[in-house]
Design a protein around this ligand. Structure first.
Ligand SMILES: *[C@@H]1O[C@H](CO)[C@@H](O)[C@H](O)[C@H]1NC(C)=O
Ligand SMILES: *[C@@H]1O[C@H](CO)[C@@H](O)[C@H](O)[C@H]1NC(C)=O
Ligand SMILES: *[C@@H]1O[C@H](CO)[C@@H](O)[C@H](O)[C@H]1NC(C)=O
Ligand SMILES: *[C@@H]1O[C@H](CO)[C@@H](O)[C@H](O)[C@H]1NC(C)=O
Ligand SMILES: *[C@@H]1O[C@H](CO)[C@@H](O)[C@H](O)[C@H]1NC(C)=O
Ligand SMILES: *[C@@H]1O[C@H](CO)[C@@H](O)[C@H](O)[C@H]1NC(C)=O
Ligand SMILES: *[C@@H]1O[C@H](CO)[C@@H](O)[C@H](O)[C@H]1NC(C)=O
Ligand SMILES: *[C@@H]1O[C@H](CO)[C@@H](O)[C@H](O)[C@H]1NC(C)=O
Length: 406
């Protein structure tokens, strides 16, 4: 505990110092932007990141070490639902695309047999012995997936705070509209409450095998009617054994930085543009705190495996982070860089005041200099269906059947 606090303080100081540094340079940036507005000129200012440059007199003292590790190129991403996993799937797609790796592509639209496990016929066979990367929805089962990938493949997934994940899934799958009830309820919030008051009876009305313990279901937990503590513990142990990295949506940038370090990836590879994020707040139950708490408790009783899973992996994420050096600094750097790249890509796409062809990222303690190109922006902005289609075309597979609905 003491150690944790110490690391926390050191980390905080580091971040504060880095923030101070960034805001100093920010002044410069703001001035130039204001000048541009003043003169209404088209100066091709600063698609570079001057503030990313590392000087000896700032907090980030570690010089970029020579690369001693080897980039991990074989990745199985167990895609969970409503966990920011579309965005992450694009990160893995783009990584594979930019290296011409073999992605497991669906014979159908975009799922690999979800809500079932992987089986022959749902994917296009690889030309070589193995696939390199899996990024699409299928119920995870290590023993069916692993033989299709090289032995050194890393298995990754992402989790989200379970109650929020469930609320998002309830909304996304239109559960409220499909529930049959004689009760006089109209709003989604009322339906959500009604559902949680007796979930098992509503589950019988529809094929929703995944609804309790949804993330665990995606990771291969077999739904049963009795989820005891023993089930949850056993399942968490399996996930610990099967996965090399479990990311956490609430700590997205931290998770990506950890991924970059563990997999010896370039900074460019983890850049992302958020996909399909729902900004709507559907359930405004927070108004009544007590009721919100009791709903949460109902949910927790009903989905204990997800609760246990999340608690375990959120804790282990932070344990891993505590062992890393200059982690907070890299998270700060990456967050800032990703934001700037998003803005650059936005301009590229909008074609307003077209920015230069390249966004120059100088050397940092974490990587060599690199350029973000407009072509890379286009790849980052692609949605998953479009990426699947373009990868199929690249692999010379059949044309995408235009998907109907979702
Ligand atoms: C930018 O300014 C230059 C010279 O002032 C001009 O020739 C050029 O057409 C301008 N470009 C755009 C995109 O407005
Ligand atoms: C990927 O394949 C394309 C087309 O064959 C080729 O032009 C490109 O250089 C390849 N890229 C890598 C990283 O191998
Ligand atoms: C995974 O698949 C294998 C082979 O089909 C099966 O025997 C096993 O029960 C599955 N494991 C889980 C956890 O579902
Ligand atoms: C249902 O509830 C609404 C308000 O909550 C009320 O106005 C309406 O009369 C009720 N309908 C019935 C059939 O009870
Ligand atoms: C669930 O299983 C536990 C033991 O594994 C048992 O004590 C409990 O009564 C069961 N609950 C239900 C609702 O069947
Ligand atoms: C993402 O959102 C778009 C537009 O709202 C929708 O058409 C698409 O089906 C969504 N994709 C997924 C994977 O949910
Ligand atoms: C995750 O773990 C951290 C560190 O223990 C804790 O501070 C945080 O509240 C947890 N996050 C959630 C969403 O439970
Ligand atoms: C990035 O682009 C600039 C031109 O804008 C070029 O001079 C530089 O060599 C490029 N850097 C890398 C790492 O490709």
């Amino acid at each position: 505990m003491k150690l944790k606090r110490k690391i926390g303080i050191v980390g905080t100081l580091g971040v504060l110092a880095t923030m101070a540094y960034f805001s100093l340079l920010h002044l410069e940036t703001t001035m130039i932007v204001d000048m541009r507005r003043l003169f209404r000129s088209n100066l091709t200012f600063a698609t570079t990141c001057p503030s990313m440059q590392v000087r000896d007199d700032v907090t980030v003292t570690s010089r970029r070490p020579a690369r001693t590790c080897e980039e991990v190129q074989h990745v199985v991403f167990a895609k969970t639902h409503k966990c920011g996993s579309d965005t992450l799937a694009i990160v893995f797609m783009r990584f594979a695309d930019e290296r011409n790796l073999t992605i497991m592509l669906p014979t159908g639209e975009w799922n690999l047999n979800w809500p079932g496990t992987l089986r022959k016929g749902v994917y296009h066979e690889p030309e070589t012995r193995y696939f390199d990367v899996l990024t699409l929805h299928t119920v995870y089962n290590r023993s069916t997936i692993a033989p299709l990938f090289p032995p050194d493949t890393k298995h990754v997934t992402i989790l989200r705070e379970p109650y929020a994940q469930f609320a998002s899934a309830f909304n996304y799958f239109g559960v409220g509209n499909k529930m049959k009830t004689t009760k006089n309820v109209s709003s989604q919030a009322e339906k959500f409450e009604l559902f949680l008051s007796d979930p098992d009876s509503y589950l019988k009305q529809h094929y929703w095998p995944h609804l309790p313990n949804f993330m665990s279901f995606d990771l291969g937990f077999k739904p049963t009617t009795n989820h005891t503590g023993g089930d949850a513990r056993r399942f968490v142990r399996n996930v610990v054994a099967d996965f090399d990295l479990v990311m956490i949506m609430e700590y997205y940038h931290e998770s990506l930085v950890l991924l970059r370090r563990r997999f010896c990836w370039h900074v460019a590879s983890i850049l992302f543009i958020t996909k399909n994020k729902s900004w709507r707040r559907v359930f405004a139950s927070a108004a009544d705190r007590e009721r919100a708490e009791s709903l949460r408790a109902l949910y927790a009783r009903w989905s204990p495996v997800d609760i246990a899973l999340y608690a375990h992996f959120n804790a282990s994420l932070w344990e891993s982070i505590a062992k890393e050096k200059s982690f907070a600094e890299e998270v700060w750097y990456f967050t800032e860089l990703n934001q700037r790249v998003s803005v650059y890509c936005q301009k590229v796409i909008m074609r307003l005041n077209p920015p230069p062809e390249e966004f120059n990222v100088p050397e940092s303690p974490w990587d060599a200099a690199f350029n973000v190109t407009s072509a890379m922006c286009a790849r980052m902005r692609r949605n998953l269906l479009a990426y699947i289609a373009s990868e199929k075309a690249k692999a010379g597979l059949n044309k995408l059947v235009v998907p109907t609905g979702t």
